[in-house]
Design a protein around this ligand. Structure first.
Ligand code: BTN
Length: 246
């Protein structure tokens, strides 16, 4: 992966560009990287602040031959690759909070957003957006994000070459993706679990249909989070914000 790289100075969202490229038949492994996004998107319809030269704002196109139901597997795989790439290049060890936030000491370093193009129930293209806070100082974050966000700079007191980090991530991504194509999701799931901080914890899942409090028991082979509530009922969580009790 990563053989076709599109660099952009300023874009609305790298997701939009990657979507267009995917429709135009871009190869699997194509990535779009921008210095700045004016309309960066986060999960659950949130905005994603993407200040110029400060972070890694990129979208990756994958074309796995899988049913739609299995797409969370690739988001989890990406989270593992990003943890490993950041760790290898910068030494920063991030934890994964389900489904795919990367945290350092509870503060958010990275977000991942997966969008897809599908033909009936098969995936045509996955557009995996990765946003990594790299060289921000505290004042580069909006005031309301300052308590809950971090950057690699803030964790290491060093500025980092963003291209090196992208390279590290893509190397791990390629390795994990080949492993996935050969052996399926199981080995990826084991790795994901080893980096996860949500599992075994009491958490609150805020879903569109309300909140569920329970113990995070694990993830299924499709990447769905399993929560056991106080009555012992197991809930399958497909999409939610997870709050962890500290
Ligand atoms: C989240 O945690 O809410 C996901 C954030 C994803 C941000 C990245 S930055 C590159 C790509 N382009 C976007 O507009 N969003 C993703």
């Amino acid at each position: 992966t990563g053989r076709n790289i599109y660099f952009e100075e300023s874009v609305n969202s790298t997701q939009n560009i990657a979507q267009r490229l995917a429709l135009e038949g871009a190869e699997e492994g194509t990535i779009v990287v921008a210095e700045e996004q004016l309309g960066g998107r986060g999960r659950l319809e949130r905005k994603w602040q993407s200040p110029k030269y400060k972070g890694i704002w990129m979208s990756l196109i994958l074309k796995p031959s899988i049913p739609i139901m299995k797409t969370p597997q690739l988001t989890l795989l990406t989270a593992v690759a990003v943890v490993q790439g950041i760790q290898e290049v910068t030494g920063v060890q991030a934890d994964i909070k389900w489904p795919n936030d990367l945290l350092v000491n509870g503060k958010k370093l990275t977000g991942i957003l997966t969008e897809m193009q599908a033909d009936s129930d098969r995936v045509h293209s996955l557009i995996i957006g990765i946003g990594i806070n790299v060289n921000q100082q505290l004042e580069d974050f909006a005031a309301e994000l300052q308590p809950s966000a971090t950057s690699i700079y803030l964790e290491t007191k060093t500025s980092w070459d963003r291209a090196k980090i992208i390279q590290g991530i893509m190397m791990h991504l390629e390795k994990l993706y080949l492993l996935y194509l050969e052996k399926g999701f199981y080995p990826i799931k084991i790795l994901w679990e080893s980096y996860s901080i949500s599992l075994g914890q009491k958490v609150t899942a805020n879903t569109l249909n309300g909140s569920i409090v329970g113990f995070a028991k694990g993830i299924t082979d499709d990447g769905v989070l399993l929560l056991e509530d106080e009555q012992g009922v197991i809930h399958s969580i497909y999409s939610a914000d997870i709050l962890m009790e500290t």
